[in-house]
Design a binder for this molecule. Structure first.
Ligand code: PEP
Ligand code: MG
Length: 752
């Protein structure tokens, strides 16, 4: 049986088209199972029908045979997502007679679904004239075959070989930046590629060195120009990528390596390829995600150098209309080279939602999907829909789908105008409950962002970003400058500075940590307590930066026990005494910061009482709290569907925290992604939270929603949500609630 199975699968795989593959499948299965008929029906989820694609035994005229998802025995197999074995199909209540295909002559029916990643892709059916049930070994043969086919069919579908009406395609990837776009797709294959550079030598070493120097200068100039162009649109944190490129370009080691290669007689392009690959391989072989991402940055830099080494006139592409940029791997420079206003969305074959480029597209408000398995030439120049809320990518959708997305797009535009028009008003619910809305900031604050006028402070300043971008620990003075800039931007508002939270998915490039379970390992406060010298310098820098501004609070990440808190506080006390004394000698006074902890490790849920008298405030990290409560890695795409902050267990934990905070009179804020999500914000306020901290991009939207709903209605919603057992039901409940308040445009189905 195994050999027969392998034979069939081999024939299917080696077929040139999907139709050939399915024809091979049905004819060989009929032979192998010695049956009278075998047919394959393929599901079209958009139209909710199965289409008979290949058959041996039925009469498949030119007419297309389709069955609705709820019709016939084939529909039943799909609905139940399980095999169906019937001795006489015609006696089954769900039997549907399809005229003209000659099905009358068959009595027995065995159908099994072809399922890939929980989705029914189709149904394979064997039939026989004789009235009998198929036996166990026949059943298991077909079920095994269907399981093996599933991966092959899913791949064919992703490659655009799927039959769905003409060249229509429905692909999916991970939603990396929300929003919708409808435009023509554009695949740029004019860029020189590193992997296409072949070994070549140069005749004139001096001239070659000059070419390289000119290319390096041109690239450096371009990075400065792009940085400037984005300066007004982005938070500085996202601009850091261009600084990183400039930094790498000036790296004496990298320059020396390039020079040495050319001195040895290599052509400049070949020298660039070898050096860049050597550097990037070093990073990509590392285990952790952050360092792997740096390999991409180095390759991107190499691509740009190649571009400037290319002697052809640069091909300045002009577009009349905005386009959807298709790329293998999205890079920051690529995003920047499409003129402002001409980039409707981005779809990348590779890439992770936490890459720099993904962060950049979010900050620019450009919808993006990553990890989409498309074939460029089948998509290039076709009209596509990018649904960055759900990760859907539709190529040549039918006019109804197109009209629906165009409507969504108009709604999105209108909403944005409404929301941004009054973003500077305070967040007060319809029944006058004041909600504090803070922002989460990174490398440094951007003082000219309009949003700054409408916020109540910085709820989370992640200090690890400058640590991650440097080659060694930043000095105390460097840190003071960083921290002072941000404290200075908000002189009259609180700025919550979190101490170093490295480890997990954020290891330092200059301090590699090898661990099997980094998220359960040496992370956050565990690392800094083991390195009191680093912790001490950071806290001193924070305190020194705050002199005269007096608007800083200190937040401790990843606290899992009271000893950790006590130990950290002891270090802060020492740093405080030290800095206060020096300040006093200089005639200045050091304000005492409030100290808070992140509630993100579940153990703290049961120790909230012990925090009384020990901390001044709490900040809930819903990202990690979800990860640790549900035992699901927040960065692992394979379990992404299990990671759900609306899981009832997470909601009950959040409710417990806010109730305890009130009981113990501890101020509390939520600074995880949930706070910036419309569904999450409503539930949190409904539970009793009065302080939320979120990405700057979400502030206007969340404030608008809060201003249009009564807090009492949110309370009622939260009470209902807390009685539900399944996350999807919570989502459904909240969606209906939002729609009833005419705010449905702020959420999209499937937006998780
Ligand atoms: C969190 O865990 O929710 C949080 C805000 O911290 P981070 O995302 O930086 O881990
Ligand atoms: Mg966290």
């Amino acid at each position: 049986m195994l050999t027969q199975l392998r034979d069939i699968v081999d024939k299917v795989v080696s077929a040139h088209t999907l139709i050939d593959a399915l024809d091979q499948l049905v004819s060989n299965t009929t032979l192998a199972m010695k049956t009278d008929c075998c047919s394959v029906y393929i599901a079209d989820h958009q139209r909710q029908i199965y289409t008979l694609m290949a058959t041996q035994g039925l009469n498949k005229s030119r007419r297309r045979i389709s069955l609705r998802f709820d019709q016939g025995l084939v529909g039943l197999v799909g609905q139940r997502a399980e095999p169906l074995n019937v001795a006489d199909a015609r006696l089954h209540p769900r039997f549907k007679h399809v005229s003209g295909i000659g099905e009358e002559s068959f009595r027995s029916f065995f159908g099994t679904p072809i399922i890939h990643q929980r989705q029914v892709l189709g149904v394979i059916v064997v039939q026989q004239r004789q009235q009998r049930e198929f036996n166990e070994s026949e059943e298991s043969f077909l079920v095994t075959l269907a399981a093996q086919l599933a991966g092959i069919l899913a791949h064919a579908k992703a490659q655009g070989m799927w039959f769905e009406q003409g060249n229509r395609l429905h692909l999916t990837g991970s939603a990396a930046s929300s929003g919708v776009a409808v435009a023509k797709a554009w695949w740029d294959d004019t860029q020189p590629l590193l992997e296409h550079v072949a070994p070549a030598s140069c005749l004139n070493i001096h001239a070659e060195q000059d070419r390289l120097t000119i290319a390096i200068d041109a690239a450096a100039k371009e990075f400065r120009r792009l940085r400037k162009r984005f300066d007004s649109d982005l938070q500085k944190e996202t601009l850091a990528i261009f600084d990183l490129f400039s930094h790498l370009l000036n790296d004496p080691l990298l320059r020396q390596d390039l020079k040495t290669r050319i001195d040895g007689g290599d052509q400049a392009e070949w020298a660039v390829r070898q050096v860049v690959e050597a550097y990037s391989n070093r990073f990509s072989n590392m285990k952790d995600q952050y360092l792997k991402e740096r390999a991409r940055d180095i390759r991107e830099l190499g691509q740009r150098l190649l571009y400037f080494l290319c002697d052809d006139e640069p091909n300045e592409q002009q577009w009349d209309e905005p386009i959807v940029l298709l790329t293998r791997e999205l890079t920051a420079a690529m995003l920047a080279t499409v003129p402002a206003g001409k980039l409707a969305a981005v779809v990348a074959q590779d890439g992770a939602a936490n890459s720099h480029a993904a962060i950049l597209s979010r900050a620019l408000g450009i919808p993006a999907i990553m990890g989409v398995d498309f074939t460029p030439h089948t998509v290039h120049n076709n009209v596509v829909v990018v649904d960055g809320y759900r990760g859907d990518f539709l190529v040549n959708p039918n006019r109804h789908v197109l009209a629906e997305y165009r409507r969504l797009l108009r709604e999105d535009d209108e909403l944005e105008k409404i929301v941004e028009g009054d973003q500077q008003q305070l967040a007060v619910t319809k029944d006058q409950q004041r909600i504090m809305v803070h922002i989460n900031a990174g490398l440094s604050a951007d003082s000219h962002l309009a949003i700054n006028k409408g916020i109540d402070g910085v709820g989370l300043y992640r200090t690890e970003v400058p640590f991650l971008l440097q080659r060694s620990f930043p000095s105390e003075e460097e840190q003071i400058n960083q921290y002072r800039t941000i404290l200075h931007t908000y002189p009259h508002q609180p700025v919550v500075m979190r101490t170093l939270d490295i480890g997990g998915d954020k290891p330092l490039p200059y301090l590699p940590i090898e661990e099997d379970n980094p998220f359960l390992g040496w992370r956050g406060i565990r690392f800094t307590l083991d390195h009191p010298e680093i912790f001490m310098i950071q806290v001193r820098a924070m305190l020194r930066a705050s002199i005269g501004l007096n608007n800083m609070d200190i937040l401790l990440p990843m606290i899992s026990s009271i000893n950790e808190l006590d130990d950290a506080k002891a270090i802060i006390e020492r740093a405080y005494a030290d800095v206060a004394q020096t300040a006093l000698a200089a005639g200045q006074q050091l304000h005492k910061p409030r100290i808070g902890i992140m509630i993100e490790v579940p153990s703290m849920l049961y120790q909230l009482h012990a925090l009384v008298g020990r901390v001044d405030f709490l900040s809930v990290g819903s990202n990690d709290l979800t990860q640790y409560l549900l035992a699901v890695d927040r960065n692992n795409a394979r379990v992404a569907s299990v990671y759900d902050a609306l899981h009832p267990a997470v909601l009950h934990a959040l409710k417990h925290i806010v109730d305890s905070a009130e009981k113990y009179q501890l101020p509390v804020c939520v600074c995880g992604e949930l706070a910036g999500d419309p569904v999450g914000a409503l539930l949190l306020v409904g539970m009793g939270y009065r302080s939320l901290s979120m990405n700057a991009r979400n502030v206007a939207k969340i404030k608008y929603i809060l201003r249009h709903i009564n807090s009492t209605d949110m309370t009622a919603l939260a009470i209902q949500a807390l009685q539900v057992d399944i996350a999807d039901d919570v989502r459904q409940l909240t969606t209906v609630f939002i729609e009833q308040h005419q705010l449905g445009g702020f959420i999209r189905a499937g937006n998780k």
